[in-house]
Design a protein around this ligand. Structure first.
Ligand SMILES: Nc1ncnc2c1ncn2[C@@H]1O[C@H](COP(=O)(O)OP(=O)(O)O)[C@@H](O)[C@H]1O
Ligand SMILES: [Mg+2]
Length: 560
């Protein structure tokens, strides 16, 4: 039987339709993958990407971060804009500065102006070399962090350019960047858009300018968004960012012009995190093949020792003997079977765990300081676990608990999730942190908990995972994947902190019981006085003495 072909369905006809998909086109259609699936989330994601970058840059350069985040209702500033919008003729696709039909349509379809915001994020970081600005802000998948195993907030090189692209798509406005790399350098003001087809930047203006700061970066993105309060809001994200980054000084101005300052709780920068080489246990076949192809090492022995961590001469020899590969073989000459043997030999060899001093946790005392600055409670505790490893990547879990005080007693506990000090606000139920918290037994620490639910009580639970590579469930970096090693560590940290909380709750309970009993006794002391007066026929003054002595004894027993 001849194969059924519908109109336009032959291989030749299909071939005419088959073409490369540009990365920017892909993410334009799949913007939810990057966290731009609703106007409220888009506003948050944009701020998050810019703040993450500012904090990473400040820490890397050793500057105590001072950040300003402002959301301006663009209605107020729209007329003052001196740059042409895309709809007015800067072009989205051809990069030749001429207007095209598509961009006009984009602008025409842009939603109501009252939802148009200008996001401004300014830092006192090292600044960006002006020549790099276009690619950083106008090209997806361009960054300094993807290729290094180092604890940082960004990793994919997709964050800020995607935010700029979203702004451009919804308002037609370019991204504006002010940057200065030091007091001797001139500040630049660069306006740019992204050519969606080519995934290349289009610079509209690059001017030298006067900027009051010695060094730093200021990013302005105009976008269609929705400013809301509540659990998923920018306000919550910034509040939590201040908790997990006690070294950050943050000034935040919301669209209503209300200013809030989060002063830094410490003058000390976090311990700077160190870049490490990948651990052999973490590589998969494709990656190993790629590394063998790209390496500058001339023989297998130096390849293994130089490109991986924890491979010394002995381990190297063991791997190569098991793989039956000569130490002097050129890594580029390995065929598919050799690579497979090499990988099998790696998993058959005992290799020490990767170094863990490359991580920079918040630390127990600063987790408490962060919680204290964020919430008024009666009891705080924190636990920083020793570092552990998943798929060859070192990671470390920290837990902080705040209990009592102003926290609501009749609601489910609040869980604050963080990855490399970044608050995670969405995808709660998909996250390993949530799963570990739900499946912990909080009843054994004196809290109420229904099956499969969070505990009820005046409790805030902070969980932080620091890693050289955080395994997010998607590019939008909202939830942590369910690696068994990670779940185990979170649970151990929760247990350790939970036990301390349990002791506190028990103590409080005993104190409350004793206080109740005492108040009971207190009530009867005058009656005892009366009874004694009657039995012993003592006068009023003696009765008063007896009552005073009993009250005093009770009071002393309370203090004991
Ligand atoms: N405020 C900033 N100060 C200094 N460098 C920055 C700043 N923002 C971005 N960068 C640089 O631009 C790169 C790309 O940023 P981004 O697209 O967010 O990707 P990622 O943060 O995942 O690397 C960063 O890796 C960093 O080198
Ligand atoms: Mg980033």
């Amino acid at each position: 039987m001849a194969p059924r072909t519908t109109a336009g369905g032959s291989a030749e006809q299909l071939a005419k339709k088959q073409r490369e998909i540009s990365i920017s086109e892909f993410f334009t259609k799949n913007r939810h993958l990057l966290g731009f699936d609703s106007p409220a989330k888009a506003l948050l994601t944009t701020i998050k990407e810019a703040v993450d970058n500012s904090l990473d840059a400040c820490e890397e350069a050793g500057h105590l971060p001072r950040l300003t985040v402002e959301i301006r209702n663009e209605e107020d500033t729209f007329k003052g804009l001196d740059l042409p919008s895309l709809a007015e003729g800067t072009g989205t696709g051809n990069g030749n500065g001429k207007s095209n039909g598509k961009s006009r349509a984009t602008a025409r379809n842009a939603p109501a102006r009252e939802e148009r915001y200008r996001i401004i994020v300014e830092d006192n970081g090292p600044g960006i070399v002006p020549a790099q600005v276009p690619r950083i802000f106008g090209k997806l998948l361009y960054g300094s962090k993807f290729h290094s195993l180092k604890q940082s907030r960004g990793q994919q090189g997709i964050g800020i350019s995607a935010a700029g692209m979203y702004g451009q798509l919804t308002t037609g406005k370019p991204v504006i960047v002010y940057t200065r790399t030091g007091p001797q350098a001139t500040a630049h003001r660069i306006a740019l858009t992204l050519d969606m087809k080519k995934n290349e930047p289009v610079v509209l203006a690059d001017d030298e300018t006067i900027w009051e700061h010695d060094h730093g970066t200021r990013v302005e993105i105009v976008l269609t968004g929705s400013y809301k309060r509540g659990q998923h809001s920018v306000d919550t994200y910034l509040e939590q960012t201040a908790i997990a980054n006690p070294h950050l000084h943050l000034t935040y101005v919301n669209p209503r012009g209300e200013k809030r300052v989060y002063p830094n709780a410490t003058e000390e920068l976090p311990e700077s995190s160190r870049e490490i080489q990948p651990h052999p246990y973490g590589v998969e076949l494709g990656l190993l093949a790629r590394m063998l192809k790209d390496t500058k090492c001339r023989n297998l022995s130096s390849f293994l020792k130089e490109e991986f961590c924890r491979v010394g001469p002995k381990t190297c020899e063991q791997i190569l003997t098991t793989a039956e590969l000569p130490a002097r073989k050129n890594p580029k000459r390995l065929v598919q079977d050799d690579i497979r043997h090499l990988l099998d030999a790696i998993s058959a060899t005992r290799i020490p765990a990767p170094p863990t001093d490359c991580l920079s946790p918040i630390g127990e005392s600063l987790v408490m300081a962060g919680l204290k600055s964020g919430v008024e409670a009666d009891f705080y505790t924190s636990v920083t676990r020793p570092a552990a490893v998943y798929r060859g990547n070192p990671f470390q879990v920290e837990v902080g608990l705040a209990y009592g005080g102003e926290l609501p007693g009749d609601e489910l506990a609040r869980v604050l999730r963080f990855a490399n000090r970044v608050p995670l606000l969405y995808q709660n139920s998909a996250c390993a942190i949530t799963r570990s918290t739900l499946s912990s037994n909080w009843r054994s620490y004196g809290l109420q908990q229904s099956k499969g639910a969070l505990p009820t009580g005046p409790l805030m639970i902070l969980v932080h995972i620091a890693s050289v590579w955080v395994p997010f469930t998607s590019e939008s970096k909202e939830a942590i994947a369910h690696y068994p090693e990670i779940i185990k560590e979170i649970k151990l940290a929760l247990q350790e902190a939970g036990r301390q909380l349990g002791r506190h709750i028990n103590r409080r309970r005993r104190e409350a019981d004793a206080a109740k009993k005492q108040s009971y006794i207190q009530k009867y002391i005058p009656h005892i006085g009366d009874a004694l007066q009657e039995i012993l026929a003592i006068d009023d003054a003696e009765r008063e003495d007896v009552v005073a002595t009993l009250t005093d004894t009770l009071e002393r027993s309370r203090k004991l």
